[in-house]
Design a protein around this ligand. Structure first.
Ligand code: FE2
Length: 161
């Protein structure tokens, strides 16, 4: 399993901080199923690097720097989830995998994913190939492209050159 990075922890503090003032070691410990003593070490490291304000016994809050990283990570998370859902991945898996991918994709790949999601969303109708893909993912049966659609695509390709 991939080792958790600062981004992972900052993102988790951001999620857990919603609706409360401070995030306590026990909140992180139970979310990650790890020892509270390990969380104290993590908080101390995040505090040293300026991502959280941490005080022993009263927990941590994100600094502006921490919030910035958390929001950028969240944004990548949401777009990657959307991307995977578009491909027909189920919601739970999409969320879990997006949470891994958000930390490892190179910026150029992330930009391409963003553009992919944008272009699909800007289509006035769901692209037929995407419907076919979703059906294929769901049923395991690869359908043929309807001949009239192939004709229309070929016609479009030759006229738009
Ligand atoms: Fe995430």
């Amino acid at each position: 399993m991939r080792k958790k990075t600062i981004e992972d922890y900052v993102e988790l503090v951001y999620d857990l901080q919603k609706g409360k003032k401070r995030v306590h070691t026990n909140d992180i410990a139970s979310a990650l199923k790890i020892n509270p003593a390990s969380v104290t070490e993590i908080f101390q490291k995040l505090n040293e690097e300026g991502y959280v304000n941490y005080e022993k016994y009263s927990g941590a809050t994100l600094t502006e720097k921490g919030k910035k990283v958390a929001k950028a990570t969240k944004k990548r998370h949401d777009i990657l989830t959307e991307f995977l859902l578009l491909l027909g991945v189920d919601k739970k898996t999409a969320e879990e995998d997006a949470c891994e991918m958000e930390h490892i994709l190179q910026p150029s790949t992330m930009d391409t994913v963003i553009k992919f999601v944008e272009i699909v969303k800007h289509c006035q109708i769901t692209p037929y190939w995407l419907e076919r893909l979703k059906r294929y993912v769901k049923t395991g049966k690869l359908s043929k492209c309807p001949p009239e659609l192939v004709d229309a695509c070929l016609k479009h390709a030759t006229t738009s050159k």
